[in-house]
Design a protein around this ligand. Structure first.
Ligand code: ASP
Length: 438
């Protein structure tokens, strides 16, 4: 059994948190490859080291004196080193960082130092080998992540390494320039390492005991999800449920490696298992989770006999394509076609878009409706449970909420609903309560 264990910023924010992490790693021999984030917040008003680094580098880039800011960052690390009682000094590293900031090594380089330094401390604390992510995570010359090359380089490098710490969040381009993933990207690094060493499990340790079936700010005491499939998770994350970086699923998905979300502050909890597929015959829950997001709008096009007009939808879509606008959903009736898209995609261009669509298909009417929220009701159990859509819509109706659109995916994994933004919270609550007891 081999596990890759990734620890988020809050799990490594202080020496006390590091000690919890040490205990977790030592509790199982299989926890052989460790991916740390940079130190996060110790309390709610605190600043993450990554944010301190971005700020400090901005000063350096503007040619200002950044000594004070860099010192404050060094202090954060020294506090951890001292609290762990380690004989380790990062003086040299900080001198190098200072020089590189002065020579404007780049924003990504600056941010990556958070994970780099935390990795050095972690390796020293555990007695594991330190492997600089710049040597094993490869980006191409355009700065795009190169998954196949990385997989090979990483697998070769780790082949004979029993236990290692590989800092999260960054890698390097062929010319050696450091490049980071987007924020929260240490999750992606963990997944890449898991794929390369063909881990049995990728444990992602954070500060919650897994995913909840709905947002606890909306629903009273939602249950936590024990098992969720990659596909279900994609649907929920897309609608705003965030615990894991969106791209973290892809590397492990290729190998069918499960991700286990765990809580550093409550290691006895099983957390949530994210799996490729699961054949639970006696499912307790039809719905795995519900998530919703605001910021959408709809364009509705009406035209008599639209249905028999060959190429109608294509003309509409190619008009949007020419404007470089992507859409989310396309529910249609006999003589109407609606396009749901993100408000941002057409911000400030409403009149222009309406005109283009009129030119393209000469409709009887076309109008844009703003302030729409989408809700994803997701569950692999839907396939075998009759009447899920009816119950969902019924719950919305009972709550006296107007439904703007409904779209059931052909995979029968989800139902997407559109409501007015003001109704989002009440709608999620109503649906959750409808399925609360199965
Ligand atoms: N430290 C980085 C961030 O704050 C990456 C991570 O924590 O995953 O975004």
């Amino acid at each position: 059994m081999v596990k890759v264990v990734k620890f988020g910023g809050s799990s490594l924010a202080s020496a006390d948190q590091f000690k919890k992490v040490g205990n977790i790693i030592r509790a199982e021999e299989s926890r052989r490859y460790v991916v740390p984030s940079a130190p996060g917040k110790r309390f709610s008003e605190d600043t993450k080291v990554t944010d301190m680094l971005y700020k400090c580098y901005a000063e350096a880039e503007a040619g200002k004196n950044f000594d004070k800011q860099l010192k404050a960052i060094e202090e954060r690390y020294n506090e951890i080193i001292k609290g762990l009682g380690l004989k380790l000094s990062l003086k040299e590293q900080f001198e190098t960082i200072k020089k590189n900031f002065e020579s404007k090594a780049g924003k990504d380089y600056a941010a990556s130092r958070g994970e780099y330094l935390n990795g050095i401390i972690m390796a020293n604390y555990l007695g594991y080998e330190f492997i600089d992510a710049a040597s094993v995570i490869c980006f191409d010359p355009e700065g795009e992540f190169d998954g196949e090359k990385t997989n090979k380089v990483m697998a070769d490098r780790l082949a004979n390494v029993e236990k290692a710490v590989i800092p999260g969040f960054y890698g390097a381009m062929p010319n050696g320039e450091v490049k980071t993933f987007s924020r929260g990207g240490s999750d992606v690094t963990g997944s890449i390492v898991a794929r390369a060493i063909k881990a049995d499990v990728y444990e992602n340790w954070t500060d919650v005991s897994g995913f909840l079936a709905a947002d606890p700010r909306i629903v009273d005491n939602p249950r936590s999800i024990e098992v969720i499939t990659y596909k279900e998770l994609r649907e929920l994350s897309y609608m705003g449920a965030t615990v894991l970086h969106e791209d973290a699923i892809f590397p492990v998905r290729l190998m069918g490696i499960p991700i286990n979300i765990r809580n550093t502050n409550s290691p006895q909890d099983n957390g949530t298992m994210i799996v490729a597929s699961c054949h639970d015959s006696e499912r307790d829950n039809i719905i795995t989770g519900i998530a919703g997001k605001k910021g959408f709008c709809s364009i509705t096009i009406e035209k008599d006999m639209m249905n028999s007009e060959v190429g109608f939808a294509r003309k509409v879509l190619s008009a949007l394509e020419q404007e470089n606008i992507s859409f989310e959903h396309l529910p249609s009736g006999i003589d109407t076609l609606s396009i749901i898209l993100s408000e941002k995609a057409i911000e400030g261009r409403h009149d222009n878009i309406l005109r283009i669509l009129c030119d393209a298909v000469n409709p009887d009417s076309v109008f844009i409706e703003d302030e729409i929220a989408l809700i994803a009701v997701v569950g692999r159990g839907m396939r075998s449970a009759k009447g899920t859509a009816a119950r969902t819509i019924g719950a919305i109706a009972k709550a006296d909420i107007n439904l703007v659109m409904i779209d059931q995916g052909s995979s029968e994994l989800n139902i997407i609903l559109g409501v007015k933004e003001n109704d989002l919270e009440a709608a999620i609550e109503a649906i959750y309560n409808e399925f609360r007891h199965k």
